[in-house]
Design a protein around this ligand. Structure first.
Ligand code: SAH
Ligand code: SF4
Ligand code: F3S
Length: 438
């Protein structure tokens, strides 16, 4: 150890992974070396998530586990970045005495200075949120990626204040990044051989900067090259415009996949969640997607057992799932988060075993729908961007189609990063199995 090795571990959403690339860039420029082996590190940074209690517990366990390593290497310093750092601030250092520093998501430019201070034995907390920081001028260091697909962070923060959600408190006010810097980053990735970019924000479709809205930004990025696929996440149903859907339809390289978190199928619960739409509005947006971008896949997030949710409310969620027939869903059990509106004004009154039962019912229904949707794909052909060897069978490769569905097929002579044509011959609920077509 020369005292300059930094190891980063990342938890949580894609935005955190994108942030870790910004952190790597800042620290590399300041003379630190990003290491892939924790054994070579003088600093371990943990970029954390606070979205649910179990996300935080996982990180607490990891921090405690690192004590053993610090026993052997007393100069090893541990720092907590990201949403949990922002939420708990110096309280986290008080509770976990082997943590030397906590740094919130808008303070990463201060890291070089913080690392030099903590190396000398100080402790540091930098958690101020900014209304302007977008790290627009920082070229992220793409770590651990596949050289094919990259994230581009286009906005930060969220001020929707869904009543269950901690993100507005951990990420601060919404702010959009200058479009020129976004397009320049996409161009430079394409020149470096990347074939796919995903534009990221907590609420990407409310992007606006200097008169450029999200639909216009998408078109500009799509113009970089027809060979560069463009994806985006996450969209809020209240801001999903027909203009965006028309832009998606008019560019082949804008991927036909929309992640549109619904959270609940009950209007009463949606109101309590402060989502600013009801199920009729949501279903209208689904119809708009189906008519303007017919080949689009649709995915969602849902929460089971939110405050006061009744069996009747839960049934409405199941009914909505049956109506929309999502291709994929991230399904969660409600977790009360300190500081949110729900925590201050609502009761976490659905018993845990009841939450579990409702969640399992949604999971079972969605598994069945995903399998039925995939069966409809048999015989269809898709352009697939090859990503690498299949995890199950090394003789096979996997890639994704525009709809973001994973296809697995025999390796033959294809290479990662290539586009190939694949015909679907079989499927499971999670994967399409296919054959290369000449
Ligand atoms: N900005 C995105 C999602 C952010 S968090 C959006 O608004 O859609 C990802 C998902 O975590 C949310 O969509 C929600 O389904 C889930 N989630 C957020 N807070 C939660 C909580 N307190 N308990 C359980 N799930 C939660
Ligand atoms: Fe959280 Fe709602 Fe913002 Fe998404 S839109 S990050 S769920 S507050
Ligand atoms: Fe988690 Fe923060 Fe993302 S709370 S989901 S890492 S914005």
């Amino acid at each position: 150890m020369d005292g300059k090795g930094v190891y980063i571990e990342t938890y949580g959403c894609q935005m955190n992974f994108a942030d870790s690339e910004v952190v790597s860039s800042i620290l590399s420029k300041a003379g630190y070396t990003m290491v892939a082996d924790i054994g070579e590190a003088s600093f371990v940074l943990i970029n954390t998530c606070a979205i649910r209690d179990n996300a935080e517990q996982r990180i607490r366990n990891r921090v405690r586990e690192l004590r053993a390593r610090q026993g052997k290497h007393p100069r090893l310093r541990i720092g907590i970045l990201g949403c949990m750092a922002e939420r708990l601030q110096s309280q986290l250092m008080a509770e976990e005495d082997n943590v030397s520093f906590v740094v919130g998501p808008d303070s990463y430019r201060k890291l070089p200075d913080i690392l030099s201070r903590v190396a000398e034995g100080q402790r540091a907390a930098e958690v101020e949120l900014s209304t302007v920081e977008t790290y627009a001028d920082i070229e992220p260091v793409r770590m651990g990626g596949n050289g094919i697909s990259a994230y581009i962070s286009i906005m930060r923060g969220c001020q929707n204040y869904c009543s269950y959600c901690v993100v507005p408190y951990t990420r601060g006010r919404e702010r959009s990044r200058d479009p020129e810097t976004i397009v320049a980053e996409a161009r430079s990735l394409y020149r470096d051989g990347y074939k796919e970019v995903t534009l990221l924000g907590q609420n990407v479709n409310s992007y606006h900067c200097g008169g450029v809205n999200f639909a216009e930004l998408m078109a500009r990025v799509a113009e970089v090259s027809p060979r560069l696929r463009v994806r985006f996440a996450t969209s809020h149903p209240k801001d999903l415009s027909d203009e965006l859907l028309h832009t998606m339809a008019s560019y082949d390289n804008i991927c036909k996949c929309i992640h549109l978190p619904v959270q609940s199928g009950s209007d009463r619960i949606l109101k309590l969640m402060n989502r600013h739409y009801d199920s009729a509005w949501y279903l209208d947006r689904i119809s708009a997607i189906r008519s303007i971008v017919p080949e689009c896949s649709i995915t969602t997030d849902v929460i089971a057992g939110f405050c006061t949710e009744t069996e009747e409310d839960h049934r409405r969620t199941l009914d909505l799932f049956k109506q929309v027939r999502y291709d994929y869903a991230y399904m969660f059990k409600f977790s009360m988060r300190p500081g949110t509106y729900a925590e201050k004004h609502l009761a976490d009154d659905v018993p845990d075993d009841e939450k579990t039962r409702r969640l399992e019912e949604i999971i079972a229904l969605q598994g069945q729908i995903a399998l039925e949707n995939n069966r409809q794909e048999l015989g269809r052909e898709y352009d697939v961007l090859v990503e690498g060897p299949s995890h199950r069978n090394k003789e096979q490769y996997f890639g994704r189609n525009s709809q973001n569905k994973v296809l697995v097929f025999d390796r033959n002579s294809v290479e990662p990063g290539q586009y190939v044509r694949v015909r679907v011959t079989d499927c499971t609920a999670a994967t399409l199995i296919g054959q290369l077509v000449d």
